[in-house]
Ligand binder design. Sequence first.
Ligand SMILES: [Zn+2]
Length: 196
Amino acid sequence: MERKNNLKEIVEFNKEFVESKEYEKYKTTKYPEKSMVIVSCMDTRLTELLPKAMNLKNGDAKIIKNAGGLVVHPFGSAMRSILICVYEFDVKEVFIVGHYDCGVSTLDINRIIREMKEKGIEEKTLNTLLNSGIDIKTWMHGFDCIEESVEKTVATVKNHPLLPADVAVHGLIMNPETGKIDVVIDGFEKLKENNL
Ligand SMILES: [Zn+2]
């Protein structure tokens, strides 16, 4: 069977896109008009649904995506992006947007490790990583409960030593079928408590 070549299709499409000036309706600046950043999951159901359900158009918000919409490490790439949003792009609100039925919550790490081995990753590689302090199981593990996960990520961002106190950090959960949002944490309430 011939292997699918998305690259080829994309390059052909792109030529037409640019030539017909399709881009004109997306013109905007790199500064988010709504002064906000979203951290969300890479789930393909959310690709278009999330911005539509939040009434966001091109130019409105910075969007950071990863598996689960998590900020796992306070000095990892997601948190770095948030801080750049705040200090370089004048972002005042951070939205942590998890979603129900997230694939990350049901990850079977043992199955993934079996598959790694089947695809040629050697046991000794895993052991070398483990000896260097990288436990693949812990590293790849997502979460069991989406509410807890969103609360944890909000806390990681809100309590970050480099985040200014007046930035609101919200926690939301989206239904990946309907786009309905449940607000778990309203970041402005926390600011009010602190008279900010
Ligand atoms: Zn997800």
